[in-house]
Design a binder for this molecule. Structure first.
Ligand code: GLU
Length: 441
């Protein structure tokens, strides 16, 4: 059975880049009728925070990315310790004692000699007595996995055939000197034991994948299918990594972006399919195919989310936005005509308030000198309330007959006098909602 997982580290809020990973894994699982696991990668006790775990769950729920199971790596430390023992028994695990400064120096030397900066495995030559002495002097060493120096190959769901020379990669550190288990081994143990069949993650993990394939094989597990999606860049192709902090999902929610707008964009951006607003998750699942994504970096422009949000809102019945309409201050008896008027004139639900204020308080009229008499005449012709959908038509007809004005010369000064703006909602729909008309001719 298809099983995927989204595995964020709870060290910050999740952003559009994480969402891309989450969504691809979610859609693969749902399309296959499989299982989607939310895995919290919290083996780093200093950087992992409970508030981020809660925030990740909230963000996922807001988007409707429901998980079938939640797992936490901090609950599974004994499993990782067991795997580490297994690797030790197999002689694929060794302790190394170099300090970060020493490693840095080694790397610089290698680079100076035009060699790739790969760990030189000096620790493999240490005798037991030397290790004992180093341990006494420096404390416990780090534990490195001994890679087999052969080519590591897989067919990537997005990148195609990949072949990496293991000799060009440093033996990965899987356990730190203080005993902290690192993601590389924890992830392998989880993927294997949880029956994960498909792993989609960012292309920054390609080298990890190579080493993880060897660890999985050493532990006797079965490799999942891997796919590495490209990383997002800004609209100009600039790196997004520094700005991702401002593209947290909660910030977008705060700005009024609608989940379906975000999901519609992220589920197709960077693929050969066009980005179109979808009305529900089923539509997104239907057309999704990870193989249609390209390897090239993907441009993301936060501004693209707003037209999609506007389009999504326009199509909604009042029932779906009743809370937001009420929150904007609209009395229940006006909610229906207000939404009918406003829906085409908002980008986000946050814009409702401004339209309601216009209806409730009126606007500072905008009246050109040459229109003063005309407006005074028109105001005198305004029928007695209550106004309805027909009022605007009847009124402007009467004004036209009395003043001889027509077309733009007739309608525009009236619009500006009533709304203080040159553009806006249908006047026929707006007029009955104007609680106070303050056109001062
Ligand atoms: N916690 C890892 C990350 O956020 C997960 C990577 C993976 O999907 O394996 O980068």
């Amino acid at each position: 059975m298809t099983t995927t997982r989204f595995a964020p580290s709870p060290t910050g809020y999740i952003h559009v880049g994480n969402l891309r990973t989450a969504l691809m894994n979610y859609l693969i699982a749902r399309k296959a009728g499989g299982t989607f696991i939310l895995r919290i990668d919290d083996t780093d006790p200093e950087r992992s925070k409970e508030e981020y775990v809660d925030a990740i769950k909230q963000d996922m729920e807001w988007l409707g990315l429901h998980w079938d199971r939640i797992e936490r790596q901090s609950d599974r430390l004994d499993r990782y310790a067991e795997a580490a023992d297994k690797l030790r028994e197999m002689d694929r695990f060794y302790e190394a004692f170099e300090t970060p400064t020493e490693l840095d120096l080694k790397r610089k030397k290698q680079l100076n000699m035009g060699k790739p900066p790969v760990y030189d495995r000096a620790a493999l030559n240490l005798s037991d007595a030397e290790k004992e002495a180093l341990r006494a002097e420096r404390g416990n060493g780090v534990w490195r996995f001994k890679l087999d120096h052969e080519r590591i190959e897989w067919t990537d769901g997005i990148l195609g055939d990949i072949s990496i020379d293991a000799a060009s990669v440093s033996d990965p550190v899987l356990i730190r000197g203080d005993g902290q288990v690192l993601y590389t081994i924890a992830s392998v143990v989880d993927d294997t034991e949880m029956g994960v069949t498909d792993v989609v993650r960012g292309s920054d993990h390609v080298t990890n994948t190579a080493t993880q394939i060897q660890i999985i094989e050493a532990l006797g597990g079965t490799c999942p299918r891997f796919a590495h999606h490209s990383l997002l860049t800004g609209p100009q192709g600039e790196a997004l990594s520094k700005r991702l902090g401002t593209l947290a999902l909660r910030d977008l929610r705060e700005q009024g972006v609608q989940p379906m707008a975000l999901l519609s964009l992220m589920a197709r951006l960077g693929s050969s399919d066009p980005v179109e607003l979808r009305s529900d998750m089923a539509e997104l699942i239907d057309g999704f195919d990870v193989g249609r994504f390209g390897a090239a970096s993907t441009k993301f422009d936060v501004q693209d989310l707003f037209p999609l949000t506007a389009k999504h809102l326009q199509a909604l019945p009042l029932a779906d936005v009743a809370d937001a309409v009420a929150e904007a201050g609209v009395p229940a008896e006006l909610a229906e005509p207000f939404w009918a008027m406003a829906r085409e004139n908002i980008t986000t639900l946050g814009d409702l308030k401004g339209w309601w204020e216009l209806c409730r308080d009126g606007a500072e009229p905008l009246i050109a000198d040459e229109d003063r008499d005309f407006i005074a005449e028109a105001v005198a012709l305004l029928p007695e309330g209550p106004f309805d959908g027909e009022t605007w038509g009847a009124w402007t007809k009467a004004v036209k007959a009395a003043t001889g004005r027509k077309g733009k010369g007739l309608f525009m000064p009236l619009r500006k006098a009533l709304t203080g703006m040159e553009r806006g909602p249908e006047m026929a729909a707006l007029l009955p909602l104007l609680q106070v008309i303050r056109a001062r001719g």
